[in-house]
Design a protein around this ligand. Structure first.
Ligand code: NAP
Length: 344
């Protein structure tokens, strides 16, 4: 008979209004799981090693219809991206001992019933947690949002908001590799220092210390901005629009400043889109996963030779996952927010 073990879980209490709180999620310790896939199932049983905290998960805490991703179910475990080890498999492409990344529950062990959504990890000579970040969804987001959407050219002026986060730190480094002039903004001095000293941005500023964002951007981009990588929306977008150059491109990746509002703010200065012949293009990374092998080919050598750096903020233990997730919305995370559930 297969072993039966305890399976701690993080459960969503109820749908959330406004800023999420730690208490919106509960650590449930009473469930058990049999460490075996039922006979005839093509599911995969995994032990979760790392869980990813991502801003889009806030949208899933609200009851929405017709979104690109389902809402969480109150009373059930939260789910998201993670890195896991296969313990038992009914699927022909995965076997016991394989390492995978993809959609798992916020729990110690998950049964993945759609195993084709899991990607087998081939490169294990890099930190495994990277598959929640640079080698996972945020990495692909930076790659697609910058190269595919912005079509950067050498010498162009690039601005990135939320620049020290999971996605932003990579966009800045990709832009430097493309020969661009790169400025990022972030919410603390520590993050600004990282942008300049660790990630090689040409310049960086703390947007919370600027009274007038239009003037601040004018100071950092006297010639204007060719490419804006949009992570925050709201007042920042309004200020950027007035600082864009002719035929500039805006990659609309995220608008985190809007995620906790009951009613989205309006955006002024959209006339600039016409007068400056701007292109604003939104995207969802999951539409572009066919490019993942191409991205891996590019990024793995860059990591190994130390050309690209990646900073993670690792919370230890499943019980600390709610605080880690909530912290994204007040900028507590320094770099990619990961939760370490278990070591291999
Ligand atoms: P992250 O930057 O690692 O973490 C979020 C950061 O956003 C915080 O650390 C904070 O940094 C900043 N922030 C929080 N509230 C803010 C506010 N009200 N105004 C301005 N900044 C705020 O997150 P990430 O994973 O890299 O994601 C960045 C953006 O990309 C998000 O908008 C996310 O939704 C989006 N995204 C989109 C896709 C897609 O497919 N389109 C995929 C992944 C991510 P500061 O300290 O600098 O304020």
């Amino acid at each position: 008979m297969a072993q039966i073990v305890n399976n701690k879980k993080i459960v969503l209490k109820d749908y959330v209004k406004g800023f999420p709180k730690e208490s919106d999620m509960i650590l449930k310790t009473s469930d058990t799981i049999e460490l075996k896939i039922p006979e005839g199932s093509n599911g995969v049983l995994v032990k979760n090693l790392y869980l990813s905290c991502d801003p889009y998960m806030r949208g899933r805490m609200t009851k929405t219809q017709g979104s690109y991703v389902d809402s969480f179910t109150p009373g059930s475990p939260i789910n998201g991206y993670g890195v896991a080890k296969v313990l038992d498999s009914g699927h022909s492409n995965l076997k016991k001992g394989d390492l995978v990344w993809g959609g798992v529950g916020w729990e110690e062990y998950s049964i993945v019933t759609a195993p084709e959504t899991l990607i087998k990890i081939e490169h294990t000579d890099v930190p495994l947690s990277y598959y929640t970040g640079i080698l996972g969804m945020p990495g692909m987001t930076a790659y697609v949002g910058f190269y595919e959407i912005c079509a950067p050219k050498k010498g162009e002026y690039v601005y990135i908001s939320a620049a020290s986060g999971a996605v932003g730190q990579l966009v800045g480094q990709f832009a430097k590799l493309s020969g661009c002039y790169v400025v990022g903004s972030a919410g603390t001095k520590e993050k600004v220092d990282l942008l300049k000293n660790k990630f090689g941005f040409d310049d960086a500023f703390n947007y919370k210390e600027e009274q007038d964002l239009v003037a601040a951007l004018k100071r950092y981009f006297p010639e204007g901005i060719d490419i804006y990588f949009e992570n925050v929306g709201g007042k920042m977008l309004e200020a950027v629009l007035l600082n864009m150059r002719l035929k500039g491109r805006i990659s609309v990746c995220g608008m985190i400043s809007q995620y906790n509002l009951e009613q989205e703010e309006g955006v002024r200065n959209l006339l600039s889109v016409i007068t400056k012949r701007l292109t604003m293009k939104g995207f969802i990374v999951s539409d572009h996963y066919h490019l993942y092998p191409k991205y891996m080919e590019m990024v793995i050598p860059l990591i190994k030779e130390g050309t690209i750096r990646y900073i993670e903020d690792v919370a230890e233990g499943l019980e600390n996952a709610p605080a880690a997730l909530v912290g994204l919305f007040s900028g507590k995370n320094v770099g990619k927010q990961v939760v370490a559930v278990a070591r291999e």
